[in-house]
Design a protein around this ligand. Structure first.
Ligand code: BES
Ligand code: ZN
Length: 594
């Protein structure tokens, strides 16, 4: 037996899925997907085949040529779910499994019409990363396994479906009032990049290869916000090579989407909180686009090597931002990242094993371990390598890395071996071993400074002593600079100081949710009553965990705001994604009992 991934029953000694054919029948009334999946094993196989499942009801298992396959579901494990062990009869080249998802599938969020912008139609979206694909379909749910897929998705005729794949047509459905949408993903992808969304969707072309999808009421705003995406793609191509996935489309989800963005290939999923109205949050698109190379093309073999995926992508995202907006803008981005990194180290503790880049995750839920650490520590490691060997050599290294590992999934050790072969001595010079396997932040971590940033943070740190920005200073700040300023203010202020900030920086009315939420964290943590209404509005609507965690955290500081948090949570809970619900529950567990 060779189980290589602590988060999967995938066994490297067993046959591998070489291709997937999916048929999903989406039942909004029962909130289940009735599914049929064909796992093509690439040639005759026999014996055990272990698959991952979570909450699935298995209806039947047959070989491609119709023979019954004996199968057994194992005991429910809290993180892994249930193993589905198939006993393949000799000569099995494909298996077909009929099943149903659970109404509370960890991979899916079913939205009532009231939770959408249009209020008329229900909505469904999936989120498979890190280990929830198994709650959508039985599969080898480890990024070690990659497969191309085709899918047919039957939905009510008033709705549209998108997937992490190319569109391949629409035909009449099997029942009146339904249509079946066809998809084709010719490149091999890991299961965590499978994605589906169904709703009342409209789209706008942004370039010959890029399109944005959203609810009709949102699509114009989305098209405006992301109008620059083609320039972003060409910039990324000039840095990382030709875009390898044909189309780059995006879907703006309803506000309960728990992440900022998800790099589903050919269909990035985005939170509507990016629609700031001033294009100030499009860095998130740069990040998801960068995953097209660092991640979707070369990904982590397991979640123990997640830094390879996210750290490289943050570095790549910042190369795109620098090319588009210049050195000052990227210094601000690194500074904001430093703040997130410091918070992550503080949350885990400076010597926690979770501050390692290469982690040991047996028995650890990836959702619980999720933080900015692999992103920001990882990006600093990559930036340090780049600075040490020089941009030009590092650029050639990156090209060779992407060429060598394209469409594969690798470990930290694969990376180190390649680094040592291609850039001999560089690993030793930067202290790669300590960076990858050591806890906390190494002393040679790059620090990104600028005079402008130094002045900004000094001004914020002088706030308690009476320092205030002048109106022309405030007017000259970019939104990310204002965010740096807010992040360096004291976490608790008096009512007069709060009133001054809101009046002079116009914070409560911001459409930029980074600024809005940072402000609400300060104000709510200061027990400042005038923002309570706005806090309620944001927490009742927005499911992005990046905002829920600090905001519910700040509400924990005072008895009055704890009561407010409990009341908001009780009312908003049914609308939250299961992931968001868990994050909030864990934050509220730290509340003092009142
Ligand atoms: N792939 C991640 C989101 C993710 C990670 C989902 C792990 C589930 C498990 C995505 O690329 C991401 O990092 N999104 C960030 C935005 C980014 C600019 C740092 C987010 O959602 O905040
Ligand atoms: Zn990412």
């Amino acid at each position: 037996m060779a189980r290589l991934d602590p988060h999967s029953y995938f066994d490297a000694d067993q046959p591998r899925t070489r291709r997937l054919a999916l048929a999903f029948d989406v039942d909004f009334a029962r909130r289940v997907v009735v599914g049929r999946v064909v796992l093509d094993l690439g040639g005759p196989a026999q014996g055990d085949l272990d698959l991952d499942t979570k909450g699935l009801r298995i209806l039947s298992v047959r070989t491609g040529d119709g023979r019954t396959v004996p199968h057994a579901l194992g005991a429910e494990e809290p993180i892994l779910g249930q193993r589905l062990r198939l006993g393949l009869p000799a000569g099995t080249a494909a298996v077909e499994i009929a099943y149903e998802t659970a109404p509370d599938s960890a991979a899916l969020q079913w939205l009532d019409p009231a939770q959408t912008e249009g209020k008329k139609h229900p909505f469904l979206f999936s989120q498979c990363q890190s280990i929830n694909a198994r709650a959508l379909l039985p599969c080898q749910d480890s990024p070690y396994v990659r497969a191309p897929y085709r899918a047919e998705v039957t939905i009510p005729e008033a709705l549209a479906a998108v997937m992490s794949a190319g569109p391949a047509g629409v035909r009449p459905g099997p029942r009146p009032g339904t249509r079946t949408w066809l998809f084709e993903m010719p490149q091999p992808i890991p299961s965590y990049l499978l994605a589906l969304a169904v709703g009342d969707l409209a789209s706008r072309d942004l370039s010959p290869r890029a399109r944005v999808w959203a609810e009709p009421a949102t699509v114009e705003a989305a098209a405006w916000e992301f109008a620059g995406v083609e320039e972003m793609i060409t910039t990324a191509e000039s840095l990382f090579g030709p875009y390898p996935w044909d189309r780059y489309d995006m879907l703006v989800l309803p506000p309960s989407f728990p992440y900022g963005g998800m790099e589903n290939p050919r269909m990035t999923f985005l939170t509507p909180t990016l629609l700031a109205g001033d294009r100030s949050l499009v860095d998130v698109v740069a990040h998801e686009l960068a995953h097209s190379w660092t991640g979707n093309l070369v990904t982590n073999a397991t979640m123990e090597h997640f830094w390879l995926n996210e750290g490289f992508t943050v570095w790549a995202e910042r190369r795109i931002v620098e090319a588009l907006h210049g050195a000052e803008a990227v210094a601000v981005a690194w500074t904001l990242g430093q703040n997130a990194l410091d918070e992550a180290v503080a949350r885990f503790g400076p010597v926690s094993p979770l501050t390692r880049l290469r982690t040991e995750m047996a028995g650890v839920d990836p959702d619980e371990a999720y933080s900015s650490l692999p992103y920001e520590k990882g990006a600093r490691f990559v930036a340090l390598l780049e600075a040490t060997v020089g941009r030009e050599r590092f650029g050639r290294f990156l090209q060779a890395y992407l060429a060598k590992f394209r469409f594969t999934s690798i470990t930290t050790e694969d990376f180190v071996a390649f680094l040592d072969a291609e850039l001999p001595g560089a690993g030793t010079r930067v202290g790669a071993r300590e960076w990858l396997y050591g806890v906390g932040m190494p002393a040679n971590a790059p620090v990104f400074r600028s005079d402008r940033l130094a002045a900004l943070t000094a001004l914020a740190e002088g706030f308690a002593g009476g320092a205030r920005p002048t109106p022309p200073q405030v007017a000259a700040w970019t939104p990310p600079e204002m965010l740096v300023y807010l992040q360096h203010l004291p976490r608790e202020l008096g009512a007069n100081a709060c009133a001054w900030l809101d009046a002079n920086l116009a914070l409560s009315g911001r459409g930029n949710h980074e600024l809005l939420v940072e402000w609400l964290v300060i104000a709510a943590g200061s027990d400042y009553e005038p923002v309570f209404g706005r806090v309620r509005e944001v927490l009742s609507r927005v499911g992005r965990m990046k905002y829920l965690r600090p905001l519910y955290g700040a509400l924990g500081r005072h008895a009055r705001t704890r009561a407010l948090a409990r009341e908001i949570f009780a009312a908003a809970e049914p609308g939250y994604h299961a992931l968001s619900r868990r994050v909030i529950a864990s934050v509220m567990e730290t509340y003092r009992a009142d």
